[in-house]
Design a binder for this molecule. Structure first.
Ligand code: 3PG
Length: 405
């Protein structure tokens, strides 16, 4: 794929798809601005151009499905110059604003998901025929996809412009690809993946792929993923936990977990003890002696924390995806915190997914990780060896660009 370095950006109008999707409270206050900060280097590298930013916030129907104005204000603070918010995506106001830009200007268009065609999963050529692409493309010289975190979706603003404009990757995209590649391909051995959180199907897919292709020497499971795997190994995790797994649509993953355990015997590390949530209080139990009294399992237990930390410390590459427990409640953040602390001792450490990245920052360990991924679903798909449509589109666009020159 091409990058900013492949283009002469001087005086050009550059459309940059960024991922500014951010946790926000009901009053539109930004609760975590990691993604907003992440794109600053890309924009700084385009200071000789006119930069048009396009982004989404949340999804239709959710409480935090809001305008991009708060993001523009926060971004202006980090950039040290105005990022002008335009409350339009491709209408007359947006197009006039783009046409009136001068070198060095940065504008942020409205939440691209306010336009319903954005969220259709379609091919690049289908998206290229849409109103948005047809209206904006004539005003733009170069398209950059810097939104790694949404590049697992073949959405309009990820795919459409790659057909109509010279296209490359922004700095976030470049860094994500090279850092995650190092974790899954060229990393130092032994390499351990610690898979937690609640996206059980994705995590099992990652486990299978990295163990099949030799990307990891061992996979340790925590979070809801661990509960499913414990059930798969024959442990009675209790009705409450089984009901929760069912409510998330993951009951079939128990059967899949059995197959994974059979196939990769010894390469999957399961918790030996867990922490129940007993009316908000943390109580520990061995998995061999679970009382089956229906309490929710909300974290890995202390012995598991010690054992997993030991394994993690002996690994040279560690990839963390998803929290080990209910990390938003301090009593149940213990497993997540201790695993984060163990991981920073390894030579190469990666953390991906919103919850665990937030805990890394809460601990002040941001600089201790080799790479903190901006991606949630995108990071896990990439680690699982899936092809991300947004990245594939960048490769196709690069070939087309080179052929046409
Ligand atoms: C994310 O938060 O993972 C990305 O911004 C993608 O958002 P989505 O899951 O709503 O498509």
């Amino acid at each position: 794929y091409l990058t900013i370095d492949d283009f002469d950006t001087d005086g050009k109008t550059i459309l940059v798809r960024v991922d500014l999707n951010t946790p926000m409270d009901p009053d539109d206050n930004i609760l975590d601005d990691m993604r907003i900060r992440s794109h600053i280097p890309t924009i700084k590298d385009l200071d000789d151009a006119k930069v048009v930013l396009l982004a989404h916030q949340s999804r239709a129907g959710k409480n935090d499905f809001t305008s991009m104005k708060p993001h523009s204000l926060r971004m202006s603070q980090y950039l040290g110059k105005e990022v002008k918010y335009i409350d339009d995506i491709f209408g007359t106001h947006a197009r006039n604003s783009i046409s009136a830009m001068e070198k060095g200007d940065v504008i942020l268009l409205e939440n691209v998901r306010f336009y319903s065609e954005e969220s259709l999963q379609r091919s690049a050529s289908d998206h290229a025929g849409t109103h948005m692409v047809r209206k904006l493309s004539p005003l733009i010289d170069i398209f950059l996809n810097d939104a790694f975190a949404v590049s697992h979706r073949s959405h309009l603003s990820i795919m459409g412009f790659t057909e109509t404009l010279p296209t490359g990757a922004g700095r976030v995209m470049e860094k994500e690809i090279s850092s995650l590649d190092r974790g899954i391909k060229g990393g130092e051995r032994p390499c351990i993946f610690v898979l937690g959180g609640a996206k059980v199907d994705d995590s099992l897919k990652v486990a299978e792929n990295v163990l099949i292709n030799g990307g990891a020497d061992k996979v340790l499971v925590t979070g809801v993923v661990a509960n499913v795997m414990l059930a798969a190994s024959g442990v009675d995790i209790g009705k409450t936990n089984l009901d929760f797994i069912e409510s998330q649509g993951y009951t079939d993953q128990i059967e899949r977990g059995k197959q994974v355990l059979e196939k990769f015997n010894g390469k999957i590390g399961l918790p030996i003890d867990i922490a129940f949530n007993d009316g908000g209080k943390r109580t520990e139990a061995q998995v061999s002696e679970l009382p089956g009294d229906g309490l929710p399992i909300n974290d890995i237990g202390l012995e598991t924390i010690v054992a997993f930390s030991e394994e993690i410390k002996n690994a040279k590459t560690v990839v963390l995806n998803g929290p080990a427990g209910l990390s938003e409640i301090s009593d149940f953040a213990l497993g997540t915190h201790e695993i984060i602390k163990a991981a920073v001792d390894s030579e190469y450490s990666i953390a991906g997914g919103g919850h665990i990245s937030a805990e890394v920052r809460n601990l002040g360990y941001e600089d201790k990780f080799s790479h903190l991924s901006t991606g949630g679903g995108a990071c896990i798909d990439y680690l699982a060896g899936e092809k991300l449509p947004g990245i594939e589109a960048l490769k196709i666009a690069a070939t087309r660009y080179r052929l046409n020159r």
